[in-house]
Design a protein around this ligand. Structure first.
Ligand code: FES
Ligand code: FES
Length: 157
């Protein structure tokens, strides 16, 4: 077993002092140490996007990111996307468009969409589709997901 490394991780605005083996991924630390289980483990190899989080505002596969490389970076998980008990507009739009068919892929999709809209509040439908290329919905509900996000931008798919 590897020697653990002490580090501070900033997650959702709070600093956490941790002792982490160098090979531990951010996904493992989020779910197993910090109990932020909204971030899902799907493929564990950077293909499905279920584990997506924001690091300094950019979408990142947490299953491919080593926790020890993220000292003092600003990590945002799905738990911080709601404001109190209020759904984020992206979450509301997904529900309203019937795009939420499971709880597994949706956290990653919300994170990817949030990164896109924070960077570009008026993406085209093609830009929405392109951004979502890193997220897999196994029930193939992409049309409704794209419709939902486009509804926030005034675009029509
Ligand atoms: S669990 Fe990370 S991309 Fe699938
Ligand atoms: S809505 Fe989650 S896999 Fe399709």
């Amino acid at each position: 077993m590897s020697d653990k490394i002490s580090l501070s991780l900033r997650v959702n605005g709070a600093s956490h002092a941790l002792s982490v083996a160098p090979e531990r991924t951010l996904l493992e630390v989020l779910r197993e140490e910090l109990r932020h289980t909204g971030t899902k483990r799907g493929c564990d190899q950077g293909s499905c996007g279920a584990c997506m989080v924001l690091v300094d505002g950019e979408p990142v596969f947490s299953c491919l990111s080593l926790a020890v490389t993220l000292r003092d970076r600003e990590i945002t998980t799905i738990e911080a996307v709601e404001a109190g008990n209020e759904l984020h507009p992206i979450q509301r739009a997904l529900v309203q468009h019937g795009a939420v068919q499971c709880g597994f892929c949706i956290p990653g999709i919300v994170i990817t969409a949030k990164a896109l809209l924070d960077r570009n509040p008026h993406p085209t439908v093609d830009e929405i589709r392109h951004a979502l290329g890193s997220n897999t919905c196994r029930c193939s509900g992409y049309a409704r997901i794209v419709e939902a996000i486009a509804s926030l931008t005034g675009e029509r798919p």
